[in-house]
Design a protein around this ligand. Structure first.
Ligand code: ZN
Length: 171
């Protein structure tokens, strides 16, 4: 949350003074496809990674969109499905200790981000970062609107739109 000029919220018709600069998916979409009763047996889920059925590997990552006129980016906290090798690298202390940098890998976006054409399955690059930071992630498809926003940045009004919709999920 950052304090901003009061902004008009179209959902509740009032003004808000703080703006969340990130929204986070708690788990990959595929996790929710597992019946609730089977999740404990079939899924390993933490804040940073997930393994489903011992075979599918997921990393939590940050997709940053520059916000025009703001010093901080907006962050979609999303998940990417990656190969076992990248999954291991991202957890290797030799790479995450802050001295060496792991090579950039690729994966598939495993989160459905609202307000865009389908984002599930989009090819992405993933850059592991030092311990304590989620890897950075970016869309490879040059024509997808998410990629365009990633490159060109977004207006503050766009963030307010998302905040309006997500702060009042019942509306
Ligand atoms: Zn509101």
């Amino acid at each position: 949350m950052i304090p901003t000029e009061p902004w008009f919220c179209r959902t509740c018709g009032g003004f808000h003074e703080e703006l969340p600069l990130s929204f986070n998916a708690p788990a990959p979409e595929a996790y929710y496809e597992i019946p609730r009763a089977e999740r404990e047996a079939r899924a390993v889920l933490s804040n940073t990674h997930a393994v489903l059925d011992g075979a599918r590997h997921f990393l939590r990552a940050s997709l940053e969109l520059p916000v025009v006129d703001l010093m901080q980016p907006f962050t979609w906290g999303v998940w990417a499905e990656v190969g076992a090798e990248l999954f291991r690298l991202a957890h290797d202390p030799a790479h995450t200790g802050g001295h060496a940098s792991a090579p950039r890998g690729e994966g598939a976006l495993a989160s459905a981000i609202p307000g865009y054409p389908q984002t599930l399955g989009l090819r992405v690059w993933i850059q592991p970062r030092p311990l304590g930071q989620f890897p950075l992630l970016g869309v490879l498809d040059e024509a997808h609107p998410l990629r365009l926003e990633q490159d060109a940045g977004i207006a503050l009004e766009r963030v307010q739109e998302w905040a309006s919709a997500m702060q009042h999920p019942q509306a």
